[in-house]
Design a protein around this ligand. Structure first.
Ligand code: FE2
Length: 271
């Protein structure tokens, strides 16, 4: 699946692989003033490159190393002769073949390793100057891109939805909330997410999301004190587990989301 639409001057490309005739997950890349933000999965790399080959593209940036964000890097570098940039933490990971789960292979494919250039603090396009802001919540190498004059914030996976209820294993919600607060401090007007959804009133949305996390944290700790384990807390707050738990063999689940409030150390995730 490869769908394109426009929002103001921004082109949004939404990509996803079919599994049993259905697209389970989508990921978005954005093109603005010749700057491409993220490159989707390896499975959709040819659709993306075919589309971009007829457009102005001068530079590519990655928000983080996860396979659904870097999959077309190598093909873009080879076919379009366009440089790709990523954070210093991201660079060594995408320079190697990543060890991925079966569901990631099915949904996105495994990216070919490639050497990209280091991002600075600013990304200059013909007309704009984007701030590069490390957020390190969703993954330790994550950055977001902010255009202050327009209030545009490209959030990558750092903000996807207002009320998440499932998460990757070992995702630390304290770190996620710090990242949300860092983004809120920018006072963004529009949030361009990697899930493809674009949110208006960005600051209000981020504020509400932070409050939601605090509320679930409070409830989770209270239920833990009453003697429930993380699986029971997840059931109490969100009901039956998401089908994604079985599909990902437990990598994504409601229970993981709850455990993200109860852990006391930082660990890395996978997608
Ligand atoms: Fe990710």
């Amino acid at each position: 699946m490869f769908k394109v639409n426009k929002h103001d001057e921004i082109t949004r490309m939404v990509m996803g692989s079919e599994v049993n005739g259905r697209v389970i997950f989508t990921v978005a890349a954005y093109l603005v003033d010749g700057l491409l933000i993220d490159t989707g999965g390896h499975n959709t790399r040819w659709e993306l490159v075919d589309y971009l080959s007829k457009r102005k593209i001068t530079m590519v940036v990655n928000t983080h190393h996860h396979v659904d964000h870097i999959g077309a890097n190598k093909l873009i570098m080879e076919r379009l002769k366009t440089p790709v940039f990523a954070s210093r933490g991201c660079m060594p990971i995408i320079a190697e073949k990543q060890d991925i789960f079966l569901f990631q292979e099915e949904l996105w494919g495994c990216p070919e390793p490639c050497c990209v250039k280091p991002l600075g603090d600013i990304v200059e396009t013909g007309s704009y100057s984007f701030q590069v802001i490390p957020t390190t919540g969703h993954s330790t190498d994550h950055v977001v891109f902010f255009l202050r004059e327009r209030g545009w914030l490209f959030t990558g996976d750092e903000f996807l939805t207002e009320k998440p209820n499932s998460a990757r294993k070992n995702e630390n919600n304290e770190q996620i909330v710090l990242a949300l607060k860092k983004m809120l401090a920018l006072e963004p007007e529009l949030l361009f997410t990697s899930a493809g959804r674009i949110y208006q009133r960005g600051s209000v949305i981020l504020s509400r999301t932070i409050n939601y996390f605090e509320e679930i944290k409070h409830k989770a700790h209270k239920l833990k004190k009453s003697g429930l384990n993380s699986q029971e807390i997840a059931f109490k707050l969100f009901g039956e587990e998401t089908p994604m738990r079985d599909y990902t063999l437990g990598v994504f689940s409601h229970q993981n989301f709850i455990e993200g409030f109860l852990m006391d150390h930082e660990e890395n995730g996978c997608c």
